[in-house]
Write a protein that binds this ligand. Sequence first.
Ligand code: SAM
Ligand code: SF4
Length: 341
Amino acid sequence: MPGAHELLMERPLIDPFGRQISYIRVSVTDRCDFRCVYCMSEDMTFLPKRDLLTLEELDRLCSAFVARGTRKIRITGGEPLVRRNIMTLFASLSRHLDSGALEEVTVTTNGSQLARYAKELYSHGVRRINVSLDTLDPGKFREVTRWGDLSTVMKGIDAAQNAGLKIKINAVALKDVNEGEISSMIRWAHGRAMDMTFIEVMPLGEIETQRADQYLPLTQVQARLSDEFTLQASDYQTGGPARYVMVKETGGRVGFITPLTHNFCESCNRVRITCTGTLYMCLGQEDAADLRGPLRASDNNDLINECLDQAILRKPKGHDFVIDRATSRPAVGRHMNVTGG
Ligand code: SAM
Ligand code: SF4
């Protein structure tokens, strides 16, 4: 007789378009110590702390996904490393790395707390992290993040590399802000053995600025880069949405995440869970399922599994992001810090 675990492994989460969910992104808090201009408005209302799942509940939810075939977990936010005692979640998830059920636990961070946590992350089995950094200019960094300090992030990057973590730098391509810095950022990142990925800004949540004033299509960026560098096609994949090229001159990789100019939904293998246990099947759609109710209603995972079976049938084919002057409303009302990047 197969055990409960084997039976669940025979029920992988496959959506109506044949895409199997093997990757979850978990936003462990919607709070952040920065206020990046494209992510949040300056004056944000955050979720009441009582609505949050505890770290034990987040672990249980992640483990329910692992039992259904999730191989990779990205911890994100808000700023995940500002959640109190967050290292206990990494510590408990590491048992799935030890057992081989999970290939990878990783984190996306703004870097502000890395100097404090890098060694501990490594000790809990984290090997690769993404650090979001949009500019190397301290003044611009302050403008973009509103509250951030570049030198603190740089110390965090040093600490992470010293701890043995492999870093990928993620930058949102921003018109008139880091447009002129793209190639110097690549040289800097590759000079420190870090891959560098650029992201198109997505119309998520109301912010102070018109999205069209921020949006820089990566088709333009790539065309300009090929005047300066020899870009060679690469089939490198990390299981995420980026397409990569090799830069011959630096020997490093550059990724492009292009939800606007070239959507990548056909190969989407992921869903997102918020810190209140809401499951979003797509970053760019409103439809959601509540997992907190089933989680709290019973100590076994039957209700969660029923909910997952139903939710996966509703995973949409893709998002329909638009950024133009005629479209002033965001694609979805929630900001990026709710569902995580
Ligand atoms: N606070 C962490 C950080 O900044 O890395 C993790 C959460 S943050 C929401 C994850 C990623 O989403 C970051 O790389 C950030 O630059 C990106 N991001 C935030 N808002 C975005 C938007 N509207 N469009 C595209 N990327 C966005
Ligand atoms: Fe915070 Fe990350 Fe959003 Fe910036 S992008 S405000 S660091 S959650």
